[in-house]
Design a binder for this molecule. Sequence first.
Ligand code: MUC
Ligand code: MG
Length: 367
Amino acid sequence: MKITAVEAIPFTIPYVKPLRFASGEVHAATHVLVRVHTDAGVVGVAEAPPRPFTYGETQDGIIAVIKGVFAPAVVGLTLLEREVVAARMARTVGNPAAKSAVDMAIWDALGKVLGLPVGDMLGGYTDRMRVSHMLGFAEPAAMVAEAEKMVDIYGIRTFKVKVGRHPASLDTAVVRALRERFGSDVDLYVDGNRGWTAAESARAMREMADLDLLFAEELCDAADVLGRRWLVEQLPVPFIADESVPTPADVTREILGRSATAVSIKTARSGFTTSRRTHHLAEGLGVPVVMGNQIDGQIGTACTLAFGSAFELTSRYAGELSNFLDMSDDLLTEPLQIRDGHLHRSTAPGIGFEIDPDKLDRYRTDN
Ligand code: MUC
Ligand code: MG
């Protein structure tokens, strides 16, 4: 069960439709495939999505830190020494996606060696999650049309609407159009990716007061400490901290500082080992959790699903599990299938997916 090597492979898969939001836009999945090799012959796999606009990581940087720092730190450890792996990687500041992919690939390898699904190893609460779909910036009619497609084809009934534009009426018009189109048949929440100030956020939320929102996420920057506390105090719905809480310590700071009242857990930035800590912390603090999407491909989505389905708290609300639908292709032999608004997790050992070698050859950019 010893780790013998860690590979970091760059690949790029174009998006059919780019995702646009207040802090950036994504046109292609320019990710890193991480493979952890073991002396048992088993290989664990995960993917790291670089998000420079959120955490500062780039594809080249992820490859460099895995090859130069994390691989030498973990080779020789066993798959059971996940806390040692976490402690060794924690000596390096930042690099959340790189650390998470190494961590999740180790869990995948461990599940394969033991013959157990990772979702069961983590908690085994349920075998499925409801899916929430993220609507990126576009004209109101196009965003409503996309939601209609998601309802009709996939049975999805929860939508996260990207907001944070100027004027805010661009966004509030979209949310109003969605509510008018679907009535109470859908759940709606909004995510500002720090695009508004606290005062702009408060005004926009007042304009949407009659639209029965489920949550508001990261409308303004957590660095505006008092402004955000002032905003959160007056909101009638939970305020989700997303990019402001990549670590458990960040969760403690935001919740105890009253700058957030709910938490997004993203396995792409906290893997399974740290996400588990964040889950336990959120449970202890008594705050809702939404499983978020770091604009993941199908590998990352399978990771989110494995973790989210493992606990009651993380599967209570619909998880953001559908961004991969915007990609032109992916690396898996069996594509994930959203049916009746749900994704079911695989019962196969590990995270539960297989990489198609031909697809990897086609999309890897290092050969
Ligand atoms: C999200 O929930 O914010 C977009 C930016 C980012 O950091 O994550 C995505 C989705
Ligand atoms: Mg967000």
